[in-house]
Design a protein. Structure first.
Length: 231
């Protein structure tokens, strides 16, 4: 996950792993733009459905993280930026992945685990998330595999709340969380391998990754909705 060199042509995109420039695929960023709008609309409905300050806070943190990730990604990938602006937006875009992991864990910790254990899990996840963001902001040229491992590790840490989620919201919510996590991991692996890359000029490996992110985010949104309805 290295930044584009300052000499990168603004009309082209830079792939740090391949050390090449390439034309922006037609679909680049559009999926996340559409999902950010859907997440905003349905997220507001989810916040309105929450009851009490704890539920409202937990759901609000999750929705802000989700819309923030998708919106930032759309902004970064759809815009034509100067090398300096692209560098800043890339850091923000990748940092929002960590924010979403912690944001998704928030309703699970507060509404499923609950009590002291819930607050401990919440504090642990957010502490690790903030540390990962700090690492990424300071050392942008961190190995892609290392950063991907950090993202997945945070997700596994958040999964400590799964047994409580299963007890509170039932099997549907648990399987939705597991399914979403599997889709995120599949997307991360595919992104690293740059495969599949069906139509590089239209819908390439990065768009496949974004599609899997949208599918995973949908699974987790449904899981939070089921959890909220079960309380």
């Amino acid at each position: 996950m290295t930044a584009p060199p300052m000499s990168a042509p603004p009309a082209l995109l830079y792939d740090a792993q391949r050390d090449t420039h390439h034309v922006r695929p037609t679909w680049r960023g559009w999926l996340h733009l559409a999902w950010s709008q859907l997440a905003l609309v349905f997220g507001v409905l989810l916040v309105v459905a929450a009851r009490g300050p704890v539920e409202t806070t937990a759901v609000l943190v999750y929705v802000v993280a989700l819309v923030g990730l998708l919106g930032t990604s759309a902004l970064y990938h759809l815009g034509t930026w100067s090398p300096a602006a692209r560098r800043v937006l890339q850091r923000l875009d990748q940092s929002m992945i960590v924010v979403l992991v912690a944001g998704t864990a928030t309703p699970i910790a507060l509404l499923a685990v609950r009590g002291t254990a819930g607050y401990l899990l919440l504090g642990l996840v957010w502490t690790c998330a903030l540390a990962a963001i700090g690492l990424h902001l300071v050392f942008l040229q961190v190995n892609e595999v290392l950063m991907g491992s950090v993202f997945i590790g945070l997700g596994v840490l958040s999964a400590l709340g799964l047994p409580a989620l299963w007890d509170t919201a039932g099997h549907a919510a648990g399987w939705l969380v597991l399914g979403g996590g599997a889709l995120y991991i599949l997307g991360a692996v595919g992104y690293h391998l740059r495969r599949p890359d069906p139509r590089p000029l239209v819908f390439g490996y990065h768009e496949v990754f974004h599609a899997l992110v949208c599918a995973a985010a949908t699974c987790h949104f449904l899981a939070v909705s089921v959890l909220l309805a079960a309380r």
